[in-house]
Design a protein around this ligand. Structure first.
Ligand SMILES: *[C@@H]1O[C@H](CO)[C@@H](O)[C@H](O)[C@H]1NC(C)=O
Ligand SMILES: *[C@@H]1O[C@H](CO)[C@@H](O)[C@H](O)[C@H]1NC(C)=O
Ligand SMILES: *[C@@H]1O[C@H](CO)[C@@H](O)[C@H](O)[C@H]1NC(C)=O
Length: 377
């Protein structure tokens, strides 16, 4: 009896506290929100809303409808072809987002030389025949040291100037699109999101601090902002550093890290026998069950970056010797298996690494023939 009376008293007291605090919080919240909203919107009148969802605040872009774009940038016609290939591949993979091309604004005038007339013609053709590609001519940066490689390297920061989009995914011009990447745009908001440069430093070393890890800059998911763009470009010009150094210096403490697996894949990975750096999250050489499987890796990846130095990039000339030297080697056991199949009249002296690697280059050649005729002619 005593017990139940105590329970009733306790319940009554608790109920009172809950009701009182509910009204207090609601009242305070209401007033605070209203006055905040009034000062943000500059309205004198009491606005007709009371929840944070309805606050109209025009100085941020938060409430705008999201507009996403894949960005490719080009400083010469080879890269323009690559961009066209990637755009068409993104379309084939059914992307829902915009396609944006950054190119030198000098290409918009006919000029006097045969080269500039040709570029002018090609850009006109893209404008009329590929209307779904948004064209963004941008001023060519005046380089203090005149180094063209360096100039091209900082051109990618122009992606920060595309304020017509809320978020863009910019990736290097020596990358082949392998899959639809639309889901990356749904990642939490961040000024910049990049994968780690897994091939630099040693991510297997658990003593390495986050600050010693190196960010890559060949894929950048970023929020365009004019002032940020100006600040980064100025920083790059003043320091004379390459894009990756600039990204690491300015964004190491704030960038969101995207997993490198599937996004920062290098073609060179298929020539390596040791994948422990690439598979670093999977335990000792993939002991968690995710071991290297060339075919599976391609199927689940989004981008692959042509990187087989000293073999030239796929749109450049290479000698047969350079090609043979670069071809991935097969393990003895794999070779034996292949020989057996070959004797049965099927397959070549191949293994998955070699087949997949060669496939990247063959696919590039096919794409180039199919999609860049109007540039190469
Ligand atoms: C502020 O945002 C609202 C809602 O998005 C819009 O209708 C209005 O035109 C904007 N006002 C200004 C001054 O931009
Ligand atoms: C697009 O894909 C091709 C391969 O098809 C690549 O070589 C090219 O550089 C990629 N990216 C850009 C921006 O051109
Ligand atoms: C691991 O990283 C730490 C911190 O940078 C470094 O001192 C150490 O030498 C590294 N170990 C190896 C095996 O590289």
């Amino acid at each position: 009896m005593l017990l139940s009376r105590r329970i009733i008293t306790l319940t009554a007291v608790l109920g009172f506290i809950v009701v009182v605090s509910f009204f207090t919080v609601k009242y305070d919240g209401h007033v605070a929100l209203e006055s905040a909203a009034r000062s943000l919107t500059g309205q004198k009148k009491k606005p007709a809303f009371s929840t944070i969802q309805n606050v109209v605040y025009n100085r941020t872009r938060v409430q705008e409808e999201a507009k996403f774009a894949y960005v490719q940038y080009t400083t010469d016609l080879d890269y323009l072809c690559n961009a066209m290939i990637n755009f068409s591949r993104l379309k084939e993979f059914n992307t829902k987002h915009q396609l944006a091309l950054i190119y030198p604004d000098t290409w918009n005038s006919e000029g006097k030389s045969a080269v500039s007339a040709r570029r002018f013609r090609i850009m006109n053709k893209i404008r009329t025949e590929y209307p779904h590609i948004n064209l963004h001519p941008s001023p060519v940066l005046q380089l203090p040291n005149g180094d063209a490689t360096w100039g091209a390297s900082i051109t990618k920061f122009h992606a920060f100037s595309l304020v017509g989009y809320t978020r863009v995914l910019a990736f290097d011009s020596d990358t082949l699109v392998l899959n639809n990447m639309d889901h990356y745009f749904e990642a939490p908001r961040a000024v910049l999101a990049v994968p780690r440069a897994y091939w630099l430093g040693d991510l297997r070393n658990t003593s390495l601090s986050i600050n010693e890890q190196i960010l890559g800059s060949h894929v950048m998911l970023l929020e365009p902002n004019t002032r940020r763009h100006d600040r980064i470009v100025k920083d790059a010009m003043d320091s004379g550093e390459f894009d990756m150094e600039v990204v690491n210096r300015l964004f190491k403490g704030s960038a969101m890290i995207l997993p490198h697996r599937g996004l920062a894949l290098l073609t060179g990975e298929f020539r390596s026998k040791d994948h422990s750096r690439y598979l670093v999250g999977e335990g000792e050489d993939g002991e968690d069950g995710e071991q290297w499987d060339a075919v599976a890796e391609v199927k689940r990846s989004f981008l692959v970056h042509f990187s087989d130095w000293p073999l030239p990039k796929p749109w450049m000339f290479h000698t047969d010797r350079q090609w043979r030297d670069a071809l991935p080697s097969c393990e003895e056991a794999e070779k034996e298996e292949e020989r057996r199949r070959k004797r049965r009249g099927r397959g070549e002296d191949d293994c998955p690494d070699k087949l997949v690697w060669r496939g990247f280059y063959e696919e590039y050649d096919q794409e180039r023939r199919a999609k860049c005729g109007f540039i190469d002619e």
